[in-house]
Each structure stands twice: as C-alpha cells, then as structure tokens.
Design a protein. Structure first.
Ligand SMILES: Nc1nc2c(c(=O)[nH]1)N[C@H]1C(S)=C(S)[C@@H](COP(=O)(O)OP(=O)(O)OC[C@H]3O[C@@H](n4cnc5c(=O)[nH]c(N)nc54)[C@H](O)[C@@H]3O)O[C@H]1N2
Ligand SMILES: Nc1nc2c(c(=O)[nH]1)N[C@H]1C(S)=C(S)[C@@H](COP(=O)(O)OP(=O)(O)OC[C@H]3O[C@@H](n4cnc5c(=O)[nH]c(N)nc54)[C@H](O)[C@@H]3O)O[C@H]1N2
Ligand code: SF4
Ligand SMILES: [Mo]
Length: 891
C-alpha cells in the first residue's frame, strides 16, 4: 500500500499555509506544502517543513490526571464539572473563568465561548489573543464599526509600496514574506519600507528601514496624515462620501507632528528618511501597510492602529486591489477566535456584548438560560483577580500563561493560590501544567478535525491524518462533556466538529441581512461530506457570494450605523513606564525564526533548536562596553517586576539604550530564561493588550566561577549549575551551563553528572586545576555518549563539530585524540552555528563558500543547498554575504 495523503493546515502562524501530510505504512509522517492552497501555493517555512519532527509522543500528556494521578475520563470530567459548579453555586458565575487560545480550532473555541457566555452566564472568557490581536480588533472597530481585515495576501503582490510596521515578517510570517520578495523580483518597482527599532532579518529585503524610537509610531503616522493633507493627496470624494472626522484627526495630528523635522525628532529618525517614506506613500496609490506586534503590543496600541488606518482612509486606499491597512494575525486561529467571540468583551459571530439587541439574538439562537451582560476580565486583569481570590476556578486551554503573560511571576503566584485550576494541553510538563489540579489530554495537530481562519479571513480545514494517541480527545469534545455534566445536555449534544461548524455558520447569518461583516450563511447547510472536503475560502460566504470574498470596503460602505468609516484623532503617548536611572534600558521582546512561543512543540525538533540554543539578550555595543559585557557573556535583565538571564549578543542591530530578548524560553528549557517575568504588565486602555515591547530594565553582568557545556545522549534532569539552558540536538541533548560554586573535585562532580561510574565506559579526561579547566568525554564501545567542557570563562570550544560526533557509530583514533581539544582534526570541518535548518548548513561552511567565490544567495544555494528549500534563511545568507564582502574589502 502507498502512503496515505491528507490535506491540512499548518498549526503555527497566521499565514495559514496548506500542508499535505503523507503517512507511510510504517506510520512515519512526511509533510510538504500544498501547491493548491491559496495562502502558500506549495511553500512552507522552516517551522512548517519540520512539522513531522514534532509528532514525537515522549512529551505528550496522554491520560487525564486529577491531583497528579491518572484517572478515567469520566472521573476527570466529573471533577471539572463539579469543581466549577461548586464555585458558581457559592460565589456566582463571575467567580469562574476560562483562559483560552488562538491555537484552538474554531469549533473548540465556539463551544468554550457558548458555555461561558450563554450557560454559565459570565463573560470571564479571555484568550491569549488579548496579548496579540486585541489592539487591532479595537482599532478596526473604532474605524470600521467592525473587526474587519479588508484585504487579502494577493494585495501584497499587487501593491507598489508595502510598509511593514512592527512586523518581523521574514521570521514570523515567512511564507508571506517570500511571496512579497518574489513579487519584488517580478516587479522591481515595488518598494518595501520596514518600520522597526531593530534591524531585523526583514530589513534585508527592504528599500528603506526606519529604526523608529520605541513606541513612536503614532507620531510618525500622524505626521504622514499632515503631509498627505499638505500635499493635496487626500481623496476628497472618498472622505466626503464615506468617512467622518478627518478635521479632528488632522488637528490632533498637527498638534503632535506638525512637520518632518519634529517627526524626525520625536521618532528618533533622520528627517531625510522620514521625508522619503512620506513621499513614497504620498505618490503611490497602491500601498499596503502591514502591521503586527510592534504596533499592537503597546500601551497605545489601539491608537497606533488608528493612526495607520487614518492615512488609508484619507487617501481612500482601502478595499481595492493592492491597497489597505493589513493586520497580520499571529496564531493559526487568532482570526477564528475573533469570529466566535473568544475575547471577554465580545459576544459571538461579531455580535456585540454591549448591544441588548445582539445579546437577545444570541441568547435566543442558543436557547440559553442566560447571557452575559457585562464584559469579563481581560487577560492581565483576569490573573490579578485569580491572585486576589475573586476568581476561584480557572480552566486554561491551549496556552501557557505562566510563560507568556507579562509579569509572569504574578501569574505563578495566582495559579499557586487558585483553588481549582484545570489545564487542557497536549504536553505533560509545561510551566502552567505544574499548577493544574486537573490535567486534560487534548488531541494535537494531526489528530484533530476542524477549521482555522488565517490573516486574510480564509477558512481552511485542519484534518486528522493519524489516530489519536493514548486517551487524548478533541478540545470541543472535552468542553462539551463538561457542559453536559453541568446540566446543559441539549445545547451541547454535538457529535462532531462539522455539527458545531454548521451552528457557528448559522449564527453568523442569523438576522444578519448584510448588517454584519462576519457572515458564513453560505456554509450553514454543509453536509458532513462537504465539510470534510471544504476548500479554503474567505469570509463573508453568503448565498450571493458562495465562493467567498477577497476584499471588503471597496464600495466605501462600512459597518458603522451610518455606514461611514471614522477617523480617530490621535494624541501620541509615550510607553507607560519610562526608563530611569535605576532602569535605564528599554527591553523589547519578540520571536526567533525557528521557535514557536513556549517551545512545547518546536523544542522537540533538533533542526529547529539549532538556530538558537539558549535564551539571549541583544545589547548595543555602546551599552555593553561600560558594563564590561562582550559577546557570549551572561547577564541578567532586571525590572521592577522580575529577573531573567540569558547569553549576551552584542550587536548594533538594536538601538542604543534598548535590549531585545526572545519570548520563547520557559522553566522547562532554562534556569531563568523566561523573559515575561521581567516584562511590565501595563496595558492599552482601550484594548487591554500588554506592552510587551517596552519595559524599563537594567542589565547586570553575571559573574560565574565556571562556564561550561555538556552534550549527552540522555536527558540529564539534575545539573548543579546556577545557570543552565537545554536544547534538543540530533540524538542528543545540549546543555549550556555556568556555576557559582567550584566543586572541590571536578572529576568526581562530572562523573556524578554524567552517571559515569560504570566500569564499562571509556572515560577520556583532561584537567588543569590551576587554569580551572576540565574536559571529559565518555564513550561506550567507541561511541560518544556524552562530553563536558568546563572553563573559567564563556570562551569554550565551538559545539557544532562535537555535536556532529554523536551521529557517528564509533570515533576513530584521530577524532578521539582531538575530542578534548574540541577542534576537528585535519580534514574535518567545524560547520558553525546552524543557519539553514532544512539542510543543516552552518555559518562557518557558508562563510568558507563565500570566501571561495560564492557571491550570491543563488550561488550558495547551488553549492550548499542552503536556502533552497523553505527559503527562511535567505535574509541571513544575505547578511553573511554582506559581512564577508565588507571583510574582504577591509582585507
Ligand atoms: N518564528 C515564529 N513565528 C511566529 C511566532 C513564533 O512564536 N515564532 N508567533 C506567531 C504569533 S502568535 C505572532 S503574534 C506573530 C508576531 O509577529 P511579529 O509581530 O512580526 O513578531 P515580534 O517579534 O513579536 O515583533 C515584531 C517586531 O516589532 C518590533 N517593535 C518593537 N517595538 C516597536 C515599536 O515601538 N514600533 C515598531 N514599529 N516596531 C516595534 C520588534 O523589534 C519586532 O521586530 O508571529 C507569529 N509567527
Ligand atoms: N515577552 C513577550 N511575551 C509574549 C509575546 C511577546 O511578543 N513578548 N507575545 C504574546 C503573544 S502575541 C502570544 S500569541 C502568546 C503565545 O503564548 P502561549 O499561547 O502561552 O504559547 P504556546 O507555547 O503557543 O502555548 C500553547 C499551549 O497549548 C498547547 N497546545 C497546542 N495545541 C493544542 C491543542 O490543540 N489543544 C490544547 N488544549 N492545547 C494545545 C501547547 O502544548 C502549549 O502548551 O505569547 C504572548 N507573550
Ligand atoms: S509561514 Fe511557516 S509557520 Fe506560518 S503557516 Fe506557513 S509554514 Fe506554518
Ligand atoms: Mo500572537
């Protein structure tokens, strides 16, 4: 029999790429991009390409647990229903809460929201989209009267100017970025402007980079509005017929950003660069402004969104091919969560919690006993209420708030104190699961059925291609079973995801008549077979538009009561907490190319873990020097809220006075890499979205008596190190270590760590007590089992050659002789830090090839294959080409 093939959707970012999974007879899975999926047309990025690596069951939660003991589903579901019911009976519905996620499928999300808002009768359901999309949602609603993304991906290709604001598209929406770069290749007159305080990989493909002062975006776009008006670029017909409030918005814009010189000063930018951007925008009709977390995750995030939208409304550049403001979503189903009303201040199907008519409509449709009448608590406030004890029972689904919510120390305290914590996850050990009284094993990607909606409103099916592992169940089933046990059998009698989808689609069309943007009435009567075969399509999908809708607002009609869009006057604000003498640096946080959030999935893949093996902090050389920090030092970022530690990377890609740290490391993978312990909990007053991109901190060099690394085939849970980080390698675990206390006797200490007392092992060892250097390798039958390198400073041999030795069945004499030197014997090469994840090509190999004459990305691809599969590393290849070019010039 041949392989079974299933079309499904990538479970990572909001690009929403189509994936074909093929399952061989022996159960092994291979993935490739779906050439027929309109989002990616066959492409996948490094994360999507490595999806099969993450299907490993070793870390999965496979059975329900209560109080740390395996129990039956019946027992666990009874415990959840009873636990919630008891709190509701004693303290009312607002004493319980759900904290859910844009990584649930729409069907899961729909029933969670229905249970809380219509049956428990509280709106205390919020989602990690609060941390992500809430400012975009609020900005859209203020301007359009609805949470609508007007355009589609094709607009990126049809535009003549694409402005990327606070978006590291190359790493976070890689396939979209590649579509953009391809469009630029095909049409060289397409300009790309990147607005980001950091010089990111995204900047590599841009014509202009504005390294804006953190938080200053609204002043920049206010200045643009002034410029457009002054240069007669306002579209008077559009403004007159379809909008309201331009004058007030202009007045506010004049107040903050009267001229280019003032803007340059406020935004920390060269006036000439600002002028170039404004001119480009003014003279280009087809312009798409893409924005992401550099805009949303701010205490003035909603204002930043509206300052961008204002410029598109003023020029009437919205809803037509190649133009419009474009909020790219983060999670695979961030958009689906908004459709079902997963946020605490929404209802369902884009109906409003604040409108009595909408509440009645939903209550009626659901035949619900009640309906929440007031907004529930937003994420940050929700965890405050848990700590204060006003929320006594909390159910967390598909998110890891102990790592990802700002002021994470507070979340740890809240969860430790909460009477009843339920966690639905796929993974057994997460920082959040540690606090779960009940753990519910959820079906993971590949095991579950449902739909997700991507950034361009495109609904795609996720399809199961393997049997469920252990006793896992789909999230919708788990929620439904609890609802039934709480007495709501009739309203939660679903037998399949398809049934839930039909209800969701029907609600969206119920009493709609074109009054609401979100309308799936055309899908409300899908048969099970049609649902199974559903092809990707963009909402609204109605009887008139059965194949979906690529763009909205092209006709100038919006969803406000008078159908006119609103300009919002913006008075730019500084970030909530300013830097000070005690906390002089501004910490910015975000993502790396190959990791996904809290590492529960990408942390399983050796090739994805090789790009960055430990938490790091990027520091400008001028800030590093006075602290005595060099590349590779260890340092702690300290704020009023907490502390985190990481490896220092000295780089001028961050602005002076700012730091950047990735959000990914948790307590499972590092001693102190969880950066959200440091991040401040300030939120935007309109959207409630946290200011992840700006926390005042100080950087403190970490002194350690020893530094080291350890490579081992086995995972080693105990390490007597005060700093550690671990990462998967191919067939091994990699540990980076440092310690405050020098052991009396290194040999004994190392043997204890490596469990090497066994006589049968071969033990190669070297130490120099005076120099505080210790190195050892342990072999069994000639095969390398583990090795450890310790020294007084972080300057230790490179790891990559040593890592490659774990792939060998036995080491030859020359290799053995070289192993403790940590350098390859003649004829073998150090490959350097991995750059290309698909083909495992390292930096040293790439630089060698450039020196040997490979002068372009294409030449590197032809020689090393690097960059020729998913293309995610192409921006980094360009950086290396430029660096080597410079070095050759200097030489
Ligand atoms: N590889 C990878 N991809 C992902 C994810 C992942 O974990 N890993 N997660 C997904 C999710 S959920 C999301 S939300 C998206 C996020 O995607 P992005 O928003 O692109 O990613 P971030 O790295 O969070 O932040 C984007 C940029 O904002 C910049 N920035 C910081 N402050 C400011 C400011 O004041 N103004 C401006 N203009 N820019 C600023 C940062 O320097 C950073 O480069 O990525 C999605 N894709
Ligand atoms: N400092 C800083 N912090 C940030 C951000 C930042 O830029 N900077 N960004 C924020 C943003 S935009 C986001 S979106 C959040 C993301 O933060 P989280 O949502 O906390 O991150 P994940 O690691 O994706 O957590 C998802 C969890 O769900 C589990 N899971 C996966 N699939 C399923 C499923 O089908 N069912 C169930 N029940 N569980 C599943 C995974 O194992 C994992 O434990 O982080 C936020 N935190
Ligand atoms: S761009 Fe990458 S992570 Fe995002 S959906 Fe596509 S393959 Fe998945
Ligand atoms: Mo996100």
């Amino acid at each position: 029999m041949g392989a079974i093939e299933r079309r499904t959707t990538c479970p990572y970012c909001g690009v929403g790429c189509g994936v074909i999974a093929s399952v061989a007879d022996n159960g092994s899975v291979a993935v490739r991009g779906d050439p027929d999926h309109p989002a990616n047309l066959g492409r996948l990025c490094s994360k999507g390409s490595a999806l099969a690596d993450t299907l490993d069951l070793s870390s999965r939660l496979l059975q329900p647990e209560v109080g740390g003991k395996h129990v039956s589903w019946n027992h666990a579901l009874d415990a959840v229903a009873l636990g919630f019911q008891r709190v509701i009976d004693q303290h009312g519905p607002n004493a319980v809460a759900f904290y859910v996620s844009g990584q649930l499928l729409t069907e899961d999300y729909y029933v969670a929201n229905k249970l809380m808002k219509g049956f428990i009768g509280s709106a205390n359901i919020d989602t990690n989209s609060r941390l992500c999309m809430a400012s975009a949602v609020a900005g859209h609603k203020r301007a359009f009267g609805s949470d609508t993304v007007p355009g589609c991906y094709e607009d990126f290709e049809r535009a003549k100017l694409v402005v990327l604001v606070g978006s590291n598209t190359a790493w976070c929406h890689p396939v979209l970025y590649q579509r953009l770069l391809q469009a630029k290749k095909d049409h060289p007159d397409l300009s790309i402007v990147v607005i980001d305080p950091r010089r990111t990989a995204t900047v590599e493909g841009a014509d202009l980079h504005l390294p804006i002062r953190p938080g200053a975006d609204a002043a920049l776009f206010n200045g643009l509005l002034v410029y457009l008006s002054a240069h007669d670029e306002v579209n008077p017909q559009f403004v007159e017929r379809h909008t309201d409030g331009l004058e007030d918005a202009l007045e506010a814009a004049h107040a903050s950003s009267p001229d280019i010189a003032t803007v340059g000063e406020r935004c920390g930018l060269a006036a000439a660069d600002v002028a170039r951007f404004y001119e480009l925008f003014a003279r280009t009709e087809r312009v798409v402004t893409v924005f992401s977390q550099g805009v949303n995750q701010s205490s003035s995030g909603t204002d930043k969104v509206n300052s961008i939208v204002n410029c598109h409304l003023a020029t009437g550049r919205i809803g037509r091919p190649g133009m419009g403001p474009f909020s790219v979503t983060g999670q695979p189903n961030a958009m689906g969560g908004r459709e079902v009303g997963g946020l605490a201040n929404q209802l369902a199907a884009h109906l409003e919690l604040d409108y009595p008519g909408h509440r009645a409509l939903v209550k009626d449709f659901w035949k619900a006993p009640t309906i929440a009448s007031e907004p529930g608590l937003k994420a940050v406030d929700l965890f405050r209420a848990v700590e204060a004890g006003t929320i006594k029972a909390l159910w967390i689904m598909a998110t890891n708030p102990a790592v990802s919510v700002p002021d994470a120390g507070q979340v740890h305290r809240a969860l430790a104190r909460c009477e009843f914590v339920v966690v639905s996850d796929c993974v057994r050990h997460t920082d959040t699961a540690k606090y779960g009284h009940v753990l519910l094993p959820a079906s993971a990607w590949g095991e579950k059925e449902g739909t997700v909606t991507n950034s361009e409103r495109r609904i795609s099916r996720q399809r199961a291609f393997m049997p469920p592992s252990g006793e896992v169940r789909p999230d919708w089933w788990i929620i439904t079973e609890v609802a039934r046990r709480m007495g709501f059998e009739n309203a939660f009698a679903y037998q399949s995801a398809a049934e839930i989808f039909r209800e969701h689609a029907a609600l969206s069309g119920h009493a709609n008549e074109g009054t609401r943007d979100f309308d799936l009435s055309g899908l409300a009567a899908l048969s099970d077979a049609e649902y199974a075969d559903l092809v990707p399509l963009q909402w609204p999908v109605t009887r008139e538009r059965p194949h979906g809708t690529a763009r909205l607002f092209g006709d100038g009609n919006f969803y406000t009561p008078d159908s006119r869009a609103r300009f919002i006057p913006i008075a730019p604000r500084e970030p909530a907490h300013a830097t000070s003498c005690d906390y002089p640096l501004a910490l910015n946080t975000g993502r790396v190319r190959d990791h996904w959030h809290t590492l529960t999935r990408t942390g399983l893949s050796a090739r994805l873990s090789a790009h960055f093996v430990e938490p790091y902090i990027e520091v400008h050389p001028d800030d590093a020097a006075p602290l005595g920090l060099v590349d590779g030092s260890l340092a702690r970022a300290e704020s009023r809220w907490g502390t985190a530690a990481g490896r220092v990377r000295v780089t001028d890609s961050v602005r002076r006075g700012t730091l950047f740290a990735p959000m990914h490391w948790s307590d499972q993978f590092s001693s102190a890499g969880a950066i959200d312990r440091v991040v401040n909990p300030a939120t935007d007053p309109v959207s409630g979205e946290p200011e992840f991109k700006h926390t005042p901190v100080r950087l403190v060099p970490m002194k350690a008596a020893w530094h080291g690394f350890l490579l081992s085939r086995r995972q080693l849970p105990q390490h007597n190190a005060s700093y550690w980080a671990c990462a998967r390698g191919q067939g091994l675990w990699r540990y980076e270590l440092a310690g405050n206390d020098l052991p009396k006797d290194w040999a004994t200490a190392a043997r204890a760590v490596l469990c090497a007392q066994d006589d049968k092992v071969e033990w190669i060892e070297y130490f120099d007590n005076a120099a505080r250097r210790y190195r050892a390798a342990r072999l069994t039958r000639g095969k390398l089992e583990s090795c450890i390198f310790i020294g007084p400073s972080p300057q230790l041999p490179p790891r990559d050659w040593l890592v490659s030795l774990f792939g060998l069945e036995s080491l030859d004499a020359a290799t053995r002789a070289g192993i403790l030197a940590g350098v390859p014997p003649k004829g073998q090469k150090e490959m350097g830090r991995q750059v290309c994840a698909c083909f495992g090509v390292g930096e040293a190999t790439i630089c060698d090839a450039i020196r040997a004459g490979c002068g372009s990305v294409e030449a590197l691809g032809a020689r090393l294959k690097a960059g020729t599969n998913c293309g995610s590393c192409v921006p980094e290849l360009k950086v290396l080409l430029a660096q080597q070019g410079q070095q050759q010039q200097i030489a």
